[in-house]
Design a protein around this ligand. Structure first.
Ligand SMILES: [Zn+2]
Ligand SMILES: [Zn+2]
Length: 185
């Protein structure tokens, strides 16, 4: 009984707030993958956030820092890691578009599926590619929360990617070096 108690206590909570899409298979796959590889309990929520409030009409895009700000208000005092998983085109003050954004050593992050859909590039939908890219971007942004910076190893998910080709090339998980540095204990 005690060992079960301690085991439960040591699991970190990672809340994923999905917004603007309902793909239960994708969400279930994400939850299972993360829980099998990291000491996290993943909880899924449908977001109540009004994403239109961060829409920028001139750019026809959504402002990711304000999504993080929303999470901050929503997560106030909550010790869990929390990610908004959205399906809209994101930008921030530095980049014309971003796949995601995260607080370094913080708890909050956002990832967008928008530019991860294969049909955007080839006209053909590919679910496996979407799953793979989405998971990589989730691990990447979560890695920043866990204190990881960009890694030069192409086998590592913490490598930067400025195109989907680069997301496809890089590894799907942290290299040994990054994993050891990650704050997951
Ligand atoms: Zn990064
Ligand atoms: Zn690495």
């Amino acid at each position: 009984m005690f060992s079960r108690f301690f085991k439960k206590k040591s699991r970190l909570v990672f809340e994923i707030e999905f917004l603007g899409f309902t793909d239960s298979i994708l969400l279930k796959t994400i939850k299972e993958d993360i829980e099998s590889r990291l000491p996290f309990e993943v909880r899924l929520y449908e977001s109540l956030f009004d994403i239109e409030s961060v829409f920028n009409e001139e750019r026809n895009q959504f402002y990711s820092p304000d999504i993080i700000k929303h999470l901050l208000i929503d997560n106030n005092g909550n010790p869990a890691f929390r990610m908004a998983l959205v399906n809209v085109d994101l930008f921030n003050p530095v980049f014309k578009y971003v796949y995601g954004e995260a607080q370094l050593n913080g708890k909050l992050s956002v990832v967008s599926l928008f530019r991860l859909h294969e049909e955007l590039y080839t006209g053909r939908a590919d679910y496996n590619i979407l799953f793979s890219r989405t998971l990589k971007e989730i691990y990447h942004e979560l890695g920043h929360n866990l204190g990881l910076v960009h890694c030069l190893n192409w086998d590592c998910v913490m490598h930067t990617s400025t195109s989907v080709e680069e997301i496809d090339i890089k590894g799907g998980f942290y290299c040994d070096n990054c994993y050891q540095k990650a704050n997951i204990t």
